[in-house]
Ligand binder design. Structure first.
Ligand SMILES: C[C@H](O)[C@H](O)[C@H]1CNC2=NC(N)=NC(=O)C2=N1
Length: 118
């Protein structure tokens, strides 16, 4: 089985399937540090990454921008002093697609190599 962090996103069309109730716990197990948030009825994956200062937080944010552009799938990114909150959901289907789990796993990979983690 291809692990999530080695997988690539597929184009997320408006008729793409949301992750099913059966798939959800299986996928969550592969990204155990991510939280589920529900905003305006939309399920999202969220995780906070801590850094030693704003510069490192901004560098991580830019790395996230680069992988997001490469995959054509884009997160919410809140960059603060020493902190970046990353949120994944699929706008096109107003919910969670497998792409969001792939990108959450990829985010963890980027964070592993990021400078200035706290
Ligand atoms: C046209 C373009 O491919 C789409 O709008 C993409 C861009 N990035 C996206 N990112 C996310 N997170 N969800 C989407 O539905 C989405 N759609």
């Amino acid at each position: 089985m291809t692990t999530l962090n080695q997988a690539h996103c597929e184009a997320c069309r408006a008729d793409a399937p949301q992750v099913s109730d059966e798939e959800l716990p299986v996928l969550l197990k592969q990204i155990p540090d991510w939280n589920i948030e529900v905003r305006d009825g939309v399920m999202q994956l969220e995780k906070v990454f801590l850094f030693k200062n704003f510069r490192f937080a901004l560098a991580f944010t830019n790395s996230m921008g680069a992988i997001s552009e490469a995959e054509g799938h884009h997160p919410g990114l809140l960059t603060e002093w020493g902190k970046v909150t990353v949120t994944w959901w699929s706008h096109s289907i107003k919910g969670l697609h497998r792409n969001d789990f792939i990108m959450a796993a990829r985010t963890d990979e980027v964070a592993k190599d990021a400078e200035g983690r706290k």
